[in-house]
Design a protein around this ligand. Structure first.
Ligand code: NAD
Length: 336
């Protein structure tokens, strides 16, 4: 192999990853090994001798892992996602391992999905789908509301939040937003206006979360904030599960305070999502309780999953690697 060609191990591979990553990485002559295994301290040996590894959100690269693999030739960690909380960056710096991620691959994918959840819950599409298949053509209990003139609250006006608001404006909804670091021009362009968090929470018919999970945003939706919401509010979370105190949410669903919930993320999803566990017993009682509500739609962290997003992830991952090889700082560089 030439000096600029690498041996790359891709962890947690699914068919849809191979489809896009293989051509993108092999185009430059790299040797790519696809593994279904999740990377953690127990599976490190599988990456022995690889110059680069490509990992996803539930892989884990600890200080021990970095030290172990750097001594066996690892130079580059390619995260094929935006988050980087699963890599020990201090250890990476200490052992000279370079890390890059894909900060933005398709905000449209997530924004469109968030609005999809709103429509599904509002118009009871999840119930209608099952009813018609069972020969039940009754419309009882399927009444929704026009999105037009509804007040929708967007928490976090980054790439995805702004686009979600923009789509909602297309329905003729009134869109208000909150962000501690506002983007007044972006919001104005899309016809949204900033309000304070308390007012957003107290006045919106639909609240959609689009901010990162930080110590300051952990459980930002909790007993207190839920109690201030409009009766029957619809909550949408396509961001990170830890933004919502799920036990408090269940209480609010039981009392009817919260009318509908769409969630693509769940605070204890890491040992559960992305795998087929249909033959196993569900051990998470909180999740099990959530599944019992007819007005809760849960999806398994799939909002990003469009062809365009997968294509962009593959291309950005390949270009991060080429930049590293050519001694250039890649767009997706992550430092401690
Ligand atoms: P972004 O960085 O562009 O925007 C995040 C915004 O949140 C920023 O404007 C920031 O100022 C704001 N923010 C920070 N603290 C806040 C707070 N306390 N309250 C309100 N806003 C706050 O990020 P993005 O690309 O728009 O992603 C938004 C979220 O979507 C992230 O949590 C990301 O992890 C998640 N995401 C989910 C999926 C999925 O498949 N479900 C895919 C991609 C991203």
């Amino acid at each position: 192999m030439a000096d600029n060609q690498m041996k790359i191990a891709v962890f947690s591979t699914k068919k849809y990853d191979t489809l896009y990553l293989q051509p993108a990485l092999e185009a430059n002559g790299h040797q790519v090994h696809f593994l279904q295994t999740r990377l953690d301290d127990e599976t490190l040996a599988l990456a022995d001798g690889f110059t680069a590894i490509c990992i996803f959100v539930n892989d884990s690269l600890t200080a021990r892992g970095i030290e172990y693999l750097s001594k066996r030739g690892l130079k580059y960690v390619l995260l094929r996602c935006a988050g980087f909380n699963n890599v020990d960056l201090d250890a990476a710096e200490k052992f000279g391992v370079k890390v890059a991620r894909v900060p933005a691959y398709s905000p449209y994918s997530v924004a469109e999905f968030a609005v999809g959840l709103m429509l599904m819950l509002n118009r009871n599409l999840h119930k209608a789908f099952n009813r018609v298949r069972a020969g039940n053509f009754s419309l009882e209990g399927l009444t929704g509301f026009d999105m037009r003139n509804r007040r929708i609250g967007i928490i976090g006006t980054g790439k995805i939040g702004l686009l979600t608001g923009k789509i909602c404006r297309g329905f003729g909804s009134e869109v208000v937003c909150y962000d501690p670091y506002p983007n007044p021009e972006g919001a104005k362009e899309y016809g949204m206006s900033y309000v304070d968090l308390d007012s957003l929470i107290a006045t919106c018919d639909i609240i959609s979360l689009h901010c990162p999970l930080l110590p300051s945003t952990h459980h930002m939706i909790n007993t207190e904030t839920l109690s201030k919401m409009k009766d029957g509010v619809m909550l949408i979370n396509t961001s990170r599960g830890g933004l919502i105190d799920t036990v408090a949410l269940i209480k609010a669903l039981k009392s009817g305070k919260v009318g509908q919930v769409g969630m693509d993320v769940y605070e204890n999803e890491s040992n559960m999502y992305f795998e087929d566990s249909s033959d196993s017993i569900m051990l998470d009682d909180v999740f099990s309780r959530l599944l019992t509500f007819h007005n809760v739609c849960i999806t398994g962290h799939q909002a990003f999953l469009t062809r365009e997003a997968l294509e962009n992830i593959a291309q950005e991952t390949a270009s991060n690697l080429e930049a590293f090889i050519n001694g250039i700082e890649p767009k997706g560089i992550v430092k401690s």
